[in-house]
Design a binder for this molecule. Structure first.
Ligand code: MTE
Ligand code: MOS
Length: 763
């Protein structure tokens, strides 16, 4: 079978030899201009005047643009929302785009942008979650998930605990920065090459800015050098600015942000603050949870509503909570507008119960693993707080595999022994079970289209609405089409995502890329195949059932005289018989529905499960720490491509590890981000990956729902497995106090924070 095979990424060799073409590698037509943004240096204020005279007079400058030059709507946030491409009356954060300078070379554009003079009357600013909460400054009204009677259940609970902690945001640090290249054509038509996860939104935003119909703008995306959620909405402004400049100058315009500007101007993962109270019985069974999750939305709405919804629908994680209230606040601050980031609020949501269960275990003097297992959802019986049944529950299986495969019992004894004789270095073991919901919370986004052509030589061209950002979506969808036609994958050419080929698409996000586009491509391919069968059946006077596609050939079984021809030969015959060899395909996810006001429904087609154990070492004199080993099991259903999925799991885990340990965003007291490059913002390197790193796909777990070839999504869920590193760090720190006291550990657990936690424990 072509599906379920470990085939390498279709661009793997090009990636590693530098031959994959990213937007900045594309040849530039003569007359190409380069653009640079002018950014607000003030976090909040009234924009009185923009003086671009010096910038305009600088060498090489061809044009400058402000809000006043936008022929259409000054809006990059899509319908119903309002986020200007260029600030006009107010500025809302340091890094907000105010103007664009276009010049003959990139250096000229950037140098000229520095010469812009902005007259801003500073206003009141909010730079943190506490201040926003105190002032009730929100980008949307608070939302609540409620089940049962948490107040009464809390009151009558034999034990109660409360705690507070926080987690920081995360910079996407995609290797390829935000970029767009806009090429004007005839009659105002425009082609924009954009590094985006959401070509359709980029198309809409460009058209809105230009005040033209959507059919005038084509967005093309061959590949992204990483997106991680950061190019879901944030790519629109970059493309919109390039489109404006190209339309107005009539010349090709490229806008590429240097790393520092990229980090200052674009949104990140939402940092969260938590307060909660948990009620439980003497065994450690949770009876009630009352939690507040406050997210730093930044200055505008962006995708915060979805992030809050996903955080709230993941507060339960793997655990049955009979009575629960979880309230999500979307705090408005004068900082970058936070956006999608792998996991999309899920990673932030699950931390609440992990903190609570560790504290319950300490409180009762029980084993934190046992407390977790005790509270696991039971298969098919229990419902989530938002009313979805937890079906096909692999929690117990995943946990058993990690426990056994990671030899956790033995290693825990070894770690305890080590800690008894090691006063300075302490080790810790942390575990984490995972349940993650797959589908967009907004039901209408769960749709996809594809376009397949079969040519008369038997070669096949494949197009679909999903974007390739390194995750291996293209090879997976190629595998699906190869499986339908029973041809070799070399026969199939995946082509750049384009709004001109498949329209009205959803972003490639929420890990749904292969679920949605896989099925859409299957539909398209199968439509053609059925036509080919119908034709062959008539042409060869044979029953449809006797026509078999296998190994690149087509066999027509006839009594006494089997006929075998290549797939291409049949394609040629079909053409001569005037059969269409091109088809679209469409898919919409069944069963999903969601009432966003009541926060109830079935937002997820299915859940994916996993489990992790991580071992860490902490230097109690410096707070320095490292991950020594990780054992992961992830449910990918019947994986479409196990080696791609293993890579996704490894990468996601290390990215999650970075979020929870070393990646720290730091703003100064004026609200200026000071961690703007790899020297000050530390992403994990190859040597931070666990030296012993055992990653397994859960065997023999085909999805019970009708997913494409019974596979499950993989893009985001394994990022959450890195929570085990955070619980392991707490475990190592608590070894200082002989595991008698629970410790607060805010994330990212940098050496400073680890050291501070140790100091608190010692006092
Ligand atoms: N893997 C790579 N190499 N690069 C990326 O940018 N993005 C992640 C994940 N894996 C990403 C990645 C995110 S945020 C999502 S939602 C999924 O891939 C999207 O792709 P999929 O739906 O096809 O899995
Ligand atoms: Mo992924 S955060 O849904 O792009």
């Amino acid at each position: 079978m072509t599906v379920h095979a470990s085939l390498r990424h279709d661009s793997a060799l090009k990636h590693v030899t530098g031959q994959a073409i990213y937007i900045d590698d594309m040849p530039e037509p003569p007359g190409t201009l380069h653009a640079a943004l002018v950014l607000s240096p003030i976090a909040s204020g009234r924009l009185r005047r923009i003086d671009l005279s010096k910038a305009a007079a600088a060498p090489g400058v061809v044009a400058t643009f402000t809000a006043a030059d936008i022929p259409g709507h000054n809006n990059i946030a899509g319908p119903g929302k309002d986020e200007p491409l260029f600030a006009h009356d107010r500025v809302e954060f340091i890094g907000q785009a105010v103007a664009l300078v276009v010049a003959g070379t990139l250096d000229q554009a950037r140098a000229a942008a520095e010469l812009a003079q902005l007259d801003i009357e500073p206003g009141e600013e909010i730079l943190d979650i506490e201040t926003a909460l105190a002032r009730k400054a929100y980008v949307q009204a608070p939302s609540t998930i409620l089940r049962g009677d948490p107040d009464a259940a809390m009151k009558s609970a034999p034990h109660r605990l409360s705690a507070a902690f926080s987690v920081g945001g995360q910079e996407h640090f995609y290797l390829e920065g935000q970029i767009a290249f806009a090429l004007p054509g005839e009659d105002g038509d425009l082609v924009v090459h954009s590094s985006t996860q959401h070509p359709t939104e980029v198309q809409h935003v460009c058209a809105e800015i230009l005040g033209c119909a959507f059919n005038r703008v084509t967005i093309v995306v061959r590949r992204l050098g990483g997106g991680f959620g950061g190019k879901e909405s944030n790519a629109s402004a970059i493309a919109g600015a390039a489109a404006l400049a190209a339309a107005r100058t009539g010349r090709p315009v490229k806008l590429r942000l240097p790393r520092e500007i990229d980090m200052i101007a674009t949104g990140k993962r939402h940092g969260f603050q938590y307060r909660y109270e948990v009620g439980f019985d003497g065994e450690g069974r949770v009876l009630a949870l009352d939690a507040v999750l406050a997210a730093d939305a930044g200055w505008s709405l962006d995708m915060t509503p979805g992030v809050i919804a996903r955080a709230l629908t993941h507060v339960d994680n793997a655990y049955w909570l009979p009575h629960v209230r979880a309230v999500g606040y979307a705090c408005r601050t004068n900082l970058q507008s936070n956006t999608a980031f792998r996991g999309f609020g899920g990673p932030q949501g699950v931390l609440v119960m992990e903190d609570a269960l560790d504290r319950i275990a300490r409180h009762l003097g029980r084993d934190p693993w046992d407390i977790r297992v005790l509270n696991f959802y039971r298969d098919g019986q229990d419902e989530t707080p938002y009313g979805q049944k937890v079906d096909e529950n692999h929690l117990a299986r995943c946990w058993a595999e990690v426990k056994q495969g990671g030899a956790l019992e033995r290693r825990r004894a070894e770690i305890d022994a080590f800690n008894r004789t090691s006063p300075i270095l302490k080790r810790g073991l942390g575990v984490f079970p995972l349940k993650f919901g797959i589908s967009f919370n907004l039901p209408h986004l769960n749709q996809a289209g594809a376009l397949v052509h079969v040519y008369t030589d038997g070669s096949i061209r494949l197009n679909h609405g999903g974007t390739e950002m390194g995750q291996g979506l293209f090879i997976k969808v190629v595998q699906v089409v190869a499986e339908v036609f029973k041809v070799d994958i070399d026969r199939i050419r995946p082509s750049a995502t384009s709004t001109a080929e498949v329209p009205n698409t959803s972003p490639t996000a929420a890990s749904t890329g292969s679920d949605l586009n896989g099925w859409a491509a299957w539909e398209a391919a199968n439509t053609i195949k059925q036509r080919m069968i119908a034709f062959a059946s008539e042409h060869f006077a044979s029953a449809a059932d006797d026509i078999e596609f296998a190994d690149g050939t087509v066999r027509i079984a006839k009594p006494g005289s089997n006929q075998v021809m290549s797939f291409g030969e049949l394609a040629r015959l079909c053409y001569q018989g005037r059969v269409s060899l091109s088809s679209t395909g469409f898919y919409k996810t069944p069963k999903v529905h969601w009432d966003g006001a009541a926060m109830r429904g079935r937002p997820f087609f299915y859940f994916s499960f996993g489990a992790a154990a991580a071992e860490v070492a902490v230097d109690t004199l410096t707070g320095e720490n490292r991950v020594l080993r990780a054992d992961l099991v992830q449910d990918c259903g019947a994986s479409l491509n196990p080696s791609i999925d293993l890579g996704q799991i490894e990468g996601a885990f290390v990215q999650g590890q970075g979020w929870l340990t070393c990646e720290e965003l730091w703003w100064d007291k004026h609200g200026r981000l000071r961690t703007v490059g790899p020297s000050t913002y530390k992403i994990p390197g190859s040597r931070d990956a666990p030296p012993i790193f055992n990653v397994k796909l859960l065997d023999n777990a085909p999805s019970r729902e009708a997913t494409i070839f019974r596979s499950k999504a993989v893009g985001e869920p394994p990022l959450l497995l890195a929570t085990a590193v955070w619980t392991a760090l707490r475990n190592a720190i608590e070894a200082v106090g002989d595991h008698k006291t629970a410790v607060r550990l805010d994330a990212p657990a940098t050496p400073e924070r680890v050291l501070a936690a140790i100091a608190r424990l010692r006092n």
